[in-house]
Design a protein around this ligand. Structure first.
Ligand code: DX5
Ligand code: ZN
Length: 227
């Protein structure tokens, strides 16, 4: 049986009250805090640096999942590891040496993962499965919250699920399959059925007043898939 995890993206939180927003969503049942880093270069938006991660760290009993949408990656990955990140993922297009970047994240004591844009091929996985703790499939083009889920991401999730299952059946270990972009109560079951286990949701959660009601509704949908 797969364990499902809900990862609210603080990109859609009220940045003027970030610490409290993190606490509130953890109290509402979040499993992971998803932390979007955008550099106005790899993606056309600018968000939070390592100082933000360090600042929210004491407010979260949940792991912090840093999604780096930056180029280059290495120096920032090291800085986020130091700032208290638990998981660090990056886009292969952002790194000249993917194996080296994964290695430096692991050496810094964090879980490491690769992120796939809608048009990025899964072939980047070919030689690095042994270094991965997470695969993140983007179901929108990165850069903004509140976009619509791109349906063909479901096919890619299925392919990634197959790769993970084949690899772990042979070699053991655990690789999480996260999906990011346009995930809501009304499509989370479909995303889970395709094979995802970790669900990022920004606007769907922070766009509502009652975070717990949304997270509970998501879990109820996930329970239907598990049944
Ligand atoms: C998009 C970010 C997402 C974003 C998702 O580039 O990586 O994590 O916060 O937001 P929603 O859930 O609103 O699509
Ligand atoms: Zn993200």
């Amino acid at each position: 049986m797969r364990t499902f995890r809900i990862a609210p993206s603080i990109l859609s939180a009220d940045f003027a009250r970030l610490g409290q927003e993190v606490k509130d969503v953890v109290a509402a049942g979040a499993d992971i805090i998803h932390f979007d880093v955008m550099d106005n270069h790899y993606v056309p938006n600018l968000t939070m640096g390592p100082m933000f991660c360090e600042a929210i760290r004491p407010h979260s009993s949940a792991p912090i999942d840093v999604h780096l949408m930056v180029k280059p990656v290495d120096a920032l990955a090291a800085a986020f590891a130091k700032a208290g990140a638990d998981i660090i993922t990056f886009h292969p297009e952002g790194s000249e040496h993917i194996d080296r970047t994964l290695g430096l994240i692991k050496d810094a004591g964090c879980k490491a993962g690769l992120v796939f844009n809608p048009a990025t091929p899964l072939s980047y996985l070919d030689h690095v499965m042994d270094k991965l703790d997470m695969i993140l499939i983007m179901s929108v083009n990165p850069g903004f919250g509140g976009q619509s889920f791109i349906p063909h991401a479901l096919e890619k999730i299925k392919l990634a699920r197959r790769r993970i299952d084949e690899y772990t059946a042979k070699h053991g270990g655990e690789i999480w399959l996260e999906v990011d972009g346009g995930v809501k109560v009304d499509n989370i079951a479909q995303v889970a059925a395709a094979g995802a286990d970790t669900f990022v949701a920004g606007s769907a959660i922070y766009g509502q007043k009652d975070y717990k009601a949304v997270i509970d509704a998501m879990r109820a949908e996930l329970a239907r898939v598990q049944a």
